[in-house]
Write a protein that binds this ligand. Structure first.
Ligand code: VGL
Ligand code: ZN
Length: 199
């Protein structure tokens, strides 16, 4: 059985001091570095938005960060500007080992559509190509870790389960944003989808 580690968005902007800091976000780095050797396939994802991205509150006059907006593909949380392509905030946390990664996947580069999931953009239709990569590498069992538990980790895990992968989320190597009960909702949804929650 080929297993894969998918490390979601361990970037400066999601760590303390960053533009969309997740509480304790930097605490995932050490456990993730310790996991690389246990997997046949390793993928890092990077949230990678153009300046002026439609998920930024600053792109919606009169809106503030964490307000909601109605997009053609459904409701969307508006975020502070974060992970702007080539900015320091978009770089991986400096202590994250990137050497062991087989592939680095960037997402969220479409100006009009956000992409929480590593598999599909938020329209739930536009594929990132990760499914094909994992299948052609023969990976069937996925362990997903990183930031943030209730957004990009949960959306990636739910899509992976829907695609038929056997999915584990290791919560010891994840941290959450927890906006209006989003963490509880994400955990309930992942359990209902048959995802194994560890840690
Ligand atoms: C994320 C909000 C906006 C994440 C990315 O990585 O969970 N959350 N962009
Ligand atoms: Zn983002």
């Amino acid at each position: 059985m080929t297993n894969a580690l998918i490390v979601i968005d361990v970037q400066n902007d999601f760590c303390p001091g960053g533009a969309l800091a997740v509480s304790g976000g930097d605490e995932v780095v050490a456990p993730i570095n310790a996991m690389f050797g246990d997997f046949d396939v390793t993928v890092l994802t990077q949230d990678w938005h153009p300046a002026g991205h439609s998920s930024f509150a600053s792109s919606h006059p009169g809106k503030s960060p964490f307000d909601m907006a109605e997009m053609p593909y459904g409701p969307q949380v508006l975020w502070p500007d974060h992970c702007v392509q080539t900015s320091e905030g978009a770089e991986f946390h400096p202590a994250l080992q990137t050497g062991p990664a087989d592939m680095i996947l960037r997402k969220g580069f479409n100006p009009a559509v956000d992409s929480y999931s590593a598999f599909f953009e938020n329209d739930h239709e536009t594929a990132t190509g990760l499914e094909g990569y994992l299948r052609t590498r023969g990976a069937l069992q996925l362990t997903i870790v990183g930031l943030a538990t209730d957004y990009c980790v949960a959306y990636s895990a739910l899509d992976a389960a829907k695609l038929g992968f056997e999915v584990t989320v290791d919560l010891a190597a994840c941290r959450a944003i927890d906006l209006d009960g989003s963490l509880a909702k994400a955990l309930t949804g992942m359990k209902a989808a048959g995802i194994t929650l560890r840690g």
